[in-house]
Design a protein around this ligand. Structure first.
Ligand code: PHE
Ligand code: ZN
Length: 849
């Protein structure tokens, strides 16, 4: 599995492959330990390529035989593939290889999960299935024959002949190998149909293990809604006779957009009211949409090379966010996305793993499926749309589909359609793709004789390998409010292109209060002097829901920073303001629940570090506890009122309205439980008929220190349901007091249901430890040690998941010398492991710096 010397791959070195493929034919003879794959591939030389080196990728394959035009050949075997002499004209390559899916714990290539065969080929898993030019710019139609005893045999495209012990599939749309998929198992389906806008009748299926049939209906509705939405909003129609989704238990990521055969981590598709929370439902709806939308943004138009990953991911994340905004509440979705962006992407962008949205080099591409590529990538699309306007955005995207359908495209191609459709020069905008780091935008203001002026200044700190940053174009959405709370200047987008730039508004009767960066119009850190009074004013009056929330958040953050740094007590201005918003029944309950939330420990640590301080994780935790307790005391009556008022009487439905009500009632329950020892939470737990209510009850009980009985009962009730038991593992770790978090995680690893082989379970236990910020960063260093121990154990089995989880350590430079020394020692211990994977080696080396 180890490569001799990990190689760095550079964008600037891109060259096209020397050959094109007319057709791929694959036969699979399935066997758990000895699967045979017979390939027959029609190659011809690529007129656009200079060099005609016939190199096929291949890893962990046993070559049985190979032929060129029917004659046996003996290829030169190399570490990561083979080379072979081939004729200077069209020819047929044939080979038979043997692979061992049963031994595949890395979950890349062909592997087994609970007795079913399953593949994962993005990014470079196809080379573990057969010898092939495993690169996204080599596209071909596929014909697949699967031979096996399983009841269900699936691959991409449309079904062909099926008989006893075999099935054939034909995918007419040329695709890169990373979109190949195969599934075989004794599965059952939840079927449906969809008629496309041009009248094509499409068969839809969600395939699951027997017993999970009852958890498919929601996913199916989400799929049909996604298909309709992509037709209505982007004019994109589905292009095959069948669309299959398969749920698999062992999966490294969330889901995969294989052509016509999406494969999902079961946690991202299976849903029922009894076993899934409101949050799970919303996430499942978004992921189903995301994978479906990839059919056009990713599959019909794919990426030329892996440096262009954001071309499909940024755009598809943006599209799924648009979808969620219409299915649910737009402001609530936006606020949630920004909370995540700051927690994950800003953290990445301001640490040792910072990289451009389009990176210029990598060692292991699996390490670049990051918040920067996905979430910041989506922010760039959003900014582009803000800058050119909605109509021009549609025009440019139409041109993109028209011009590049069937292509393996680049970011240059993407930007060119916008330039051609709008006549705009996007040279400066392109820097967003090329330069890492979060820009700081400082703003000061001036008022004189009816003219209000905003002075902006931008700068981006250096990131690893990029010391100097150029000025970027930044769309800054601004509105002005009069001192009595009326909006005097509605939202307009200021286009900042210089390092320093001022914008004036005249004809004002009095000094206005500005609302800046409305809707979070750019992924930047806004630096602005403000005071409690102004923040409370905006929290009460801003007409932009995002900035209204943001004002409350800033108020909370400032108060917490003062508590942490200066030992101040809870800030009354914040407590008054939050109570007023929570009390206001004219506001969306989901919005109020978000407003009642406090900044995360991560958020506060970032702010402290940003201001030149050294965050103390325990002090952050203490301040949050103190403030929550003060909120509980102050809002005692209101919390009781809200809890009663927002109980949902109707039968459970996972829609925005009901989940908003539950979110608010459960925020109230969180406060009440701080005062009643968990009595009300226990009652809710005992009577809950859905997982949202049950889990909220359980987490309040754990917080109150009275959760033991419920934890035991919960396990008894749900021990047969692996997805619910994941929640049981993670909640105990996340809710543990900082002193106990490492021990709790360690103890849970001894539970008979703990397994390293299932990424969901591993993340539910050890990933949860990293999410318990104060517990993970406990001064004893126990958190670091427990996580490092388990990452060392997981690496030989599953490098991809191990490497991703190393990012728990990425913030280490923020902390005091003692913590830094402890983390450095763990990083060095990981690096010193013999045969450490390329994935983990790259991550730990970059983090260590
Ligand atoms: N392409 C998948 C998505 O974003 C993510 C993924 C990457 C899944 C790599 C598996 C492996 O939808
Ligand atoms: Zn994606």
């Amino acid at each position: 599995m180890k490569d001799a010397a990990p190689q760095t791959i550079f964008l600037k070195d891109y060259t096209p492959f020397g050959f094109e493929i007319d057709m791929v034919h694959l036969t699979f003879r399935l066997h758990p330990e000895r699967t045979r794959v017979i390939s027959r591939i029609a190659f011809r030389s690529n007129p656009n390529a200079k060099d005609a080196d016939f190199f096929l990728h291949g890893e962990e394959l046993t070559l049985i035989w190979a032929k060129v035009d029917g004659a046996d050949v003996t290829p030169r075997m190399e570490d990561n593939g083979l080379r072979c002499a081939v004729p200077d004209r069209s020819f047929i390559w044939e080979a038979e290889v043997e692979i061992n899916p049963g031994a595949n714990t890395a979950l890349e290539g062909l592997y087994m999960s609970n007795g079913m065969y399953c593949t994962q080929c993005e990014a470079e898993g196809f080379r573990k299935i057969t010898y092939y030019p495993d690169r996204p710019d080599v596209m071909a139609p596929f014909e697949v024959r699967i031979e096996g005893d399983e009841k269900v045999l699936l691959s991409n495209g449309n079904p062909g002949t099926t008989g006893d012990g075999f099935a054939e599939w034909h995918d007419p749309w040329p695709k890169p190998a990373y979109l190949f998929a195969l599934v075989a198992g004794d599965l059952v389906n939840h079927p449906d149909r969809f008629e496309t806008k041009s009248g094509r009748d499409v068969e839809l299926n969600i395939w699951v293990r027997p017993g999970d049939e009852g958890k498919c209906a929601f996913g199916m509705e989400a799929l049909k809604a996604s298909m309709r939405w992509d037709e209505d909003v982007y004019g994109r129609e589905y292009d095959l006779d069948i669309f299959n989704i398969v749920a698999v238990d062992d999966f490294n990521m969330g889901a995969m957009e294989n052509k016509g055969l999406n494969i999902f981590n079961s946690s991202c598709v299976l849903a029922s009211p009894e076993t899934s929370t409101d949050g799970n439902f919303e996430r499942i709806e978004a992921i189903i949409a995301h994978e479906y939308f990839h059919n056009w943004t990713g599959n019909r138009i794919t990426c030329r090379d892996w440096f262009q990953l954001c071309l499909k991911e940024g755009l598809t994340v943006f599209r799924d966010a648009q979808f969620t905004s219409v299915m649910r509440s737009e402001p609530v979705k936006r606020i949630g996305d920004v909370i995540d962006l700051r927690a994950r992407q800003f953290r990445e962008d301001n640490g040792p793993l910072a990289h451009p949205v389009r990176p210029e080099s990598f060692v292991e591409i699996n390490n670049f499926y990051t918040a920067t590529v996905y979430e910041k990538g989506a922010e760039l699309i959003r900014m582009l749309k803000t800058l050119v306007g909605d109509a021009a955005y549609s025009k440019a995207v139409d041109l993109y589909f028209e011009r590049h359908d069937g292509d393996a495209a680049t970011i240059e191609d993407w930007l060119k359609v916008f330039e051609d459709a709008t006549g705009r020069d996007l040279t400066q905008f392109k820097r967003w793709y090329e330069q890492a780091g979060t820009p700081r935008v400082n703003v000061s203001e001036e008022y004189q004789d009816g003219t209000f002026t905003l002075h902006f200044e931008q700068s981006t700190p250096p990131t690893p390998g990029q010391d100097v940053k150029d000025t970027r174009v930044i769309p800054i959405a601004v509105g002005l409010l009069s001192p009595n709370g009326d909006e005097v200047v509605p939202t307009q987008v200021l286009e900042m292109t210089g390092a320093k730039q001022s914008f004036a508004f005249d004809g004002l009767a009095s000094r206005p209060v500005p609302s800046i960066l409305r809707g979070f119009s750019a992924p930047v850190i806004l630096e602005r002097e403000s005071d409690n009074a102004e923040r409370a004013f905006l929290f009460a009056h801003d007409t932009d829901p995002f900035n209204k929330w943001e004002a409350g958040r800033a108020l909370a953050r400032d108060g917490l920073l003062a508590m942490i740094r200066d030992g101040a007590g809870p800030d009354d201005a914040y407590l008054d303001a939050i109570e007023a918003v929570a009390r206001d029944d004219s506001l969306d309950p989901a919005f109020r629940a978000l407003a009642m939330g406090l900044p995360s420990q991560e958020d506060l640590a970032q702010s402290l570090y940003e201001a030149g301080g050294t965050p103390d994780p325990q002090a952050i935790w203490d301040a949050l506890e103190t403030l929550k307790q003060a909120q509980a005391q102050k809002m005692q009556d209101l919390a009781t009122r809200l809890y009663a008022q927002y109980q949902v009487d109707a039968p459970y439905a996972p829609n925005a309205e009901q989940s908003g009500a539950r979110a608010l009632a459960n925020a109230a329950l969180g406060l009440i439980s701080r005062l009643d020892g968990g009595a009300l939470a226990q009652k809710q737990y005992d009577t809950a008929d859905n997982m949202t209510q049950q889990l909220a009850g359980l987490s309040c009980l754990l917080k109150a220190g009275n959760g033991d009985a419920a934890v035991a009962l919960f396990y008894e009730q749900w021990k047969e349901d692996r997805l619910v038991i994941d929640k049981w593992f993670s909640l105990q770790v996340i809710m543990a007091d900082p002193d106990k978090a490492a021990q709790t995680a360690q103890t849970l690893t001894k539970h008979p249901d703990f397994t390293m082989k299932n990424p969901n379970r591993f993340r539910a236990t050890l990933g949860a430890l990293a999410m318990n910020t104060a517990g993970f960063h406990h001064a004893s260093g126990e958190g670091y040690k427990v996580l490092a121990d388990w990452l060392i154990k997981l690496d030989p089995l599953n490098p991809q998941t191990t490497a991703r989880m190393c990012s728990a350590f990425e913030t280490w430079r923020r902390f005091d010398a003692a913590r830094q020394a402890k983390i450095a020692a763990e990083l060095d211990r990981i690096l010193a492991q013999p045969n450490l994977s390329r994935d983990t080696t790259e991550m730990v080396t970059r983090i260590r710096g």
